[in-house]
Design a protein around this ligand. Structure first.
Ligand code: ADP
Ligand code: MG
Length: 263
């Protein structure tokens, strides 16, 4: 492959699947404001297929906003986001297409209270994917089994623990066959025991090679699973590196202080 070898600008990528070596997610100079407050101030980040990027930073540093930009949940001011060859931030990109390919799990577990666990999953499969009732049901049950909830398909959210609800949320996102999974503090509303069952499911996804961007303060997960840690402060990436380096030998005082305070 000599596409980049001769000093030419890279030609347009082929329309077929991206080469395995290209980053799956590419964020270029992203800027985002709320009113007068610039919340993301030039964020650039590349994430390869199969990578697990853990995003950390003080409260208000822009972590949730960054994930929301990736999932087309908010408008950006400038910059670009690419998922493979698709520009997520292009004006003619359908947000619903992106949300199938980039699944998201939030801190607040946003299941429909009036629907069973299974129905929470089949809804999207029927509406967005146009699956038959039977196929959607089979898929939902398979995903519930994958997160250890085969026996809770007929339970309503109020009958489930916080950890179980969060696992239904993960199953619902996985049912769409996403290329990337985003997690925004998926365990911070949970007791340690319930956190662990969610982290176990996330560890399994890591083992399966899922590409993930995870905002979390669970440094045990980060140490075990992250291929990279990105430390964000005031809407900018302060530094990024493999977990061992960022934990043991950060380049910036600010990063060192952050890790000291949360451990
Ligand atoms: P983090 O997830 O790192 O705690 P956020 O991305 O939630 O940070 O927030 C970054 C900044 O943007 C904060 O100052 C927050 O108050 C502000 N912000 C977030 N969402 C909104 C919104 N919908 N409207 C106005 N300001 C917001
Ligand atoms: Mg947040």
């Amino acid at each position: 492959d000599d596409r980049r070898g001769d000093g030419d600008e890279r030609t347009a990528p082929p329309s077929s699947a991206t080469a395995a070596t290209d980053p799956l997610l590419r964020i270029e100079d992203l800027h985002k404001s709320y009113g007068a407050e610039e919340v993301l101030r030039g964020v650039s980040l590349e994430i390869d297929r199969g990578d697990v990027e853990v995003l950390v930073g003080p409260s208000g540093s822009g972590k949730s906003t960054l994930l929301q930009c990736l999932n087309c949940l908010t408008e950006i001011d400038s910059g670009h986001i690419y998922l493979g060859d698709t520009e997520v931030t292009a004006s003619d990109t359908d947000p619903n297409e992106i949300r199938q390919q980039i699944g998201m799990v939030f801190q607040d577990i946003n299941l429909f209270a009036h629907l069973t666990a299974r129905k929470n999953i089949t809804l999207g499969l029927r509406k967005v994917r146009g699956m038959s009732a039977e196929a959607a049901r089979e898929r939902a049950d398979a995903e519930l089994d994958r997160v250890g909830l085969a026996d809770q398909a007929d339970s309503y959210p109020a009958q489930l623990s916080g950890g179980q609800k969060q696992r239904v949320g993960i199953a619902r996102a996985l049912a769409m066959d996403p290329e990337v999974m985003l997690f925004d503090e998926p365990t911070s509303a949970l007791d340690p025991e319930l956190s662990n069952e969610v982290l176990t499911v996330m560890d399994e996804l890591v083992d399966e090679g899922m590409t993930m961007v995870v905002v979390t303060h669970e440094m045990r997960f980060a140490r075990g699973a992250a291929s990279g840690i990105t430390f964000l402060a005031d809407g900018q990436i302060v530094e990024r590196g493999p977990p061992e380096r960022l934990f043991e030998n950060p380049s910036h005082e600010r990063t060192a202080q952050f890790f000291e305070n949360i451990s």
